[in-house]
Design a protein around this ligand. Structure first.
Ligand SMILES: Cc1ncc(COP(=O)(O)O)c(C=O)c1O
Length: 464
């Protein structure tokens, strides 16, 4: 215990020197604070120097995990635990095994530290959906290729993306959007000749946990016309789709590829890019997908069978699969009322999906001082705001002696968890710590089996 800096010292350090820090000792923690003192943006690497400088006299921990953070900090605010090694492993998996380009869907988690991690792991293309995301990625990864894959954009956003930020790739699902892109990229009466335009077609979300089938995508009856019109103004023509998020079977992709085939045949156009979108799953309690390789196998096989030229490119746009394992959350129990736990993060924080779509995330009690009961029980959570809606039904399975003052790690929040956080009701502040242990579940590495029902198990896993 002597080696642990006292919480007051740590809190002072955090308050003074930014929002992300690391308790690691081993290899240099590459990714650390996002904001410098005074809120100035700084690159993800600089804070490491701050860290080493100010922590020079403090003995740091090896094998840092959630429990070490509890012991060191006993934090009153939620702490985001980052696992850059997990994001790197996921990125390497896509880079090495997907036979095409993998565009990271920035919306899943736009953290600059994560962007840099993915870039260093070989992800060079980024799916951006707004001018804000264009600017963000351009700022932190100036050499990245940006693809503006939101099918409905403002003309101003298209013009700025094209003329100011060098974006050449856009998606669309209507003639109106095509006209908009042409207008916005024309300069001095001269139309752009370097556009890569991807027509988004509507496909079913029936195999996915979150539907993306209603809002976007050209109807089958319009696709041929739209492809022909787009071909006339595009340097490269693509077809893209999204099978819905957290697609639970590769069949989602084979069925979508049949729609791509039908569209190409009907329109009789040369297609240069087939973009199979996102939807690649991660693993959560009750949602254990088959290995990702089986998704890639289906996509590779169906791509090979399409009536396209040898030079046509295959793309995908994973969001969740690249970053779900990147982050978890350490929350404090403020009150227990029977099987309801009042915790300090919730529906307006990182637990949006747990509240609004009843998603169950893996949980683990992180208690440092006394033994943990072995009897398990089901709990629901209330978040910190005054809203009844700030409720996560779960059930979350935890030792039945969990009590106020305890800490719980909620896993697999790297995708669409941290990204959705708000400051509603004055909450939303979190500190961030880099930890070294494995995520609570993984599609890329073995995770120890656990009988609690919170942690996902796999029959067969590839070691990456
Ligand atoms: C156009 C587009 N591409 C990719 C993604 C990422 O999807 P996922 O996180 O399911 O991989 C999304 C998510 O909404 C999207 O809208």
């Amino acid at each position: 215990m002597d080696r642990i800096p006292r919480p007051a010292e740590l809190n002072h350090f955090v308050a003074t020197f930014g929002s992300i820090f690391s308790l690691q000792s081993g290899p240099l923690p590459i990714y650390a604070p996002l904001a410098a003192p005074g809120g100035l943006p700084i690159t993800a690497r600089q804070p490491c120097r701050l860290l080493l400088f100010f922590w020079g006299s403090l003995e740091l921990y090896e094998n840092t995990d959630a429990l070490a953070v509890v012991r060191a900090l006993r934090p009153d605010e939620p702490i985001t635990l980052l696992r850059p090694h997990a994001a790197t492993r996921a990125a390497r998996f896509f880079v090495e095994k997907f036979q095409g380009k993998s565009l990271y869907a920035v919306k899943a988690n736009p953290s600059p530290a994560l962007l840099e991690t993915l870039w260093e792991a070989g992800i060079t293309h980024y799916d951006v959906a707004s001018l804000g995301e264009v600017r963000l990625v351009n700022k932190f990864l100036p050499d990245a290729k940006l693809c503006f894959m939101h099918p409905v954009k403002s003309e101003r956003a298209i013009a700025q993306a094209y003329h100011t930020h060098g974006v050449r790739t856009f998606s669309l699902d209507s003639h109106d959007e095509l006209d908009k892109i042409v207008r916005a990229t024309t300069k001095d009466g001269v139309a752009a000749t370097d556009l890569e335009l991807c027509v988004r077609i509507r496909v079913s979300s029936e195999h996915a946990k979150l539907s993306l089938a209603s809002k976007f995508g050209a109807d089958p009856s319009e696709i041929a016309d739209l492809l022909v019109a787009t071909r006339q103004v595009a340097d490269a023509l693509g077809i893209c789709f999204h099978v819905g998020s957290q697609a639970m079977t590769p069949t989602a992709y084979s069925e979508a590829m049949e729609h791509v085939r039908a569209a190409i045949v009907e329109a009789s156009v040369t297609v240069d890019i087939v973009d199979v979108g996102g939807g690649f799953p991660s693993c959560y309690p009750g949602m254990e997908p088959p290995p990702l390789e089986s998704y890639f196998d289906v996509i590779h096989r169906t791509f090979e069978d399409l009536p396209i030229s040898y030079s046509a490119e295959l793309w995908c746009e994973p969001g969740r699969a690249l970053c779900a394992e990147y982050a978890s959350l350490l929350v404090k129990v403020e009150k227990r009322r029977g099987s309801e736990l009042f915790i300090n993060d919730g529906a307006y924080g990182s637990l949006f999906d747990a509240a609004h779509i009843g998603w169950r995330f893996p949980v683990a009690l992180q208690r440092s001082d006394t033994s943990i009961g072995t009897q398990m029980a089901e709990f629901s959570f209330y978040g910190p705001t005054c809203d009844d809606m700030d409720h996560m039904a779960g059930p979350f399975i935890l030792p039945d002696d969990v009590q106020a003052g305890d800490y719980i790690e909620v896993g697999m929040l790297g995708a669409y968890g941290c990204a959705m956080r708000t400051e509603f009701n004055g909450f939303g502040e979190t500190e961030t710590v880099v930890v070294e242990d494995e995520p609570m579940a993984s599609l890329y590495a073995p995770v120890p089996a656990n009988d609690s029902g919170n942690v996902v198990r796999f029959e067969k896993r590839s070691a990456h």
